[in-house]
Design a protein around this ligand. Structure first.
Ligand SMILES: N[C@@H](CCC(=O)N[C@@H](CS)C(=O)NCC(=O)O)C(=O)O
Length: 213
């Protein structure tokens, strides 16, 4: 009998990150895959040894499947993708394309979007050299993503774990109106978030945190 996959996320978070906590990536993938899973909570305020043993930075999410524990949302998406042809093809070339776009989402686009979003999040509008650099860094990545997405629906053939990662990364940029000049990227986010699996994952995360208020 196969184990049920468990995603662990915080028991509660403040309003601002709700709907954007990365357990959403896993919920979304597992919904797309049709694999059974359940969600468990760990304390947001008290992060103990057990938490750091599962996620070395004291963050969330992590995934457990029997005796296996996986942290890092990209690694977890791969874990699920490897168990679902709906999220990653089996042939080496198809897999490689998905994997390169998965890394691009996290290591090329999110690397630029995350510091930028932290400026937005904190309401820092000061025109410092660091901030201007971040604006330019993200703009260069978005310009390229817009070009790529102008001639395809999904990054690597069919919808895949790479699209879950990329759409989730771009969704946070869109939240702060950062896609206004990038219509293909904005349409891509809309296309991805219109999927029933995303809607369910998002609603479930919102309900999870609301239940702890
Ligand atoms: N690279 C990690 C990042 C994990 C991450 O940033 N988690 C956030 C929630 S989405 C968190 O736990 N934040 C609280 C903190 O950093 O203390 C991943 O992709 O899994």
């Amino acid at each position: 009998m196969s184990n049920e996959i468990v995603i662990t996320t915080y028991d509660w978070v403040p309003e601002m990150p709700r709907g954007f906590v990365r357990d959403l990536r896993l919920r979304w993938a597992l919904e797309e895959a049709g694999l059974p899973y359940r969600v468990e909570s760990v304390s947001f305020r008290d992060r103990g040894d057990e938490h750091f043993a599962r996620q070395p930075f004291g963050q969330v999410p992590w995934l457990t499947d029997g005796n296996e524990t996986v942290f890092e949302s990209g690694a977890m998406l791969l874990y699920v993708g490897e168990r679902s042809p709906a999220l990653m093809p089996n042939d080496p070339r198809g897999r490689s394309e998905v994997i390169q776009w998965l890394f691009a989402a996290l290591n090329s686009v999110e690397m630029a979007s995350l510091p930028w979003s932290l400026y937005k999040f904190t309401g820092d509008t000061e025109e410092t050299p660091g901030r201007k650099l971040m604006d330019r860094f993200l703009a260069s990545r978005l310009q390229r993503m817009d070009a790529v997405l102008s001639d395809r629906d999904w990054l690597a053939g069919d919808f895949s774990i790479a699209d879950i990662a990329m759409a989730d990364v771009l969704r946070l940029v869109d939240r702060f109106d950062g896609l206004a000049e990038h219509p293909a990227a904005r349409d891509y986010v809309q296309r991805a978030t219109a999927r029933p699996a995303f809607k369910k994952a998002h609603a479930d995360q919102m309900a999870h945190f609301a239940a702890a208020d």
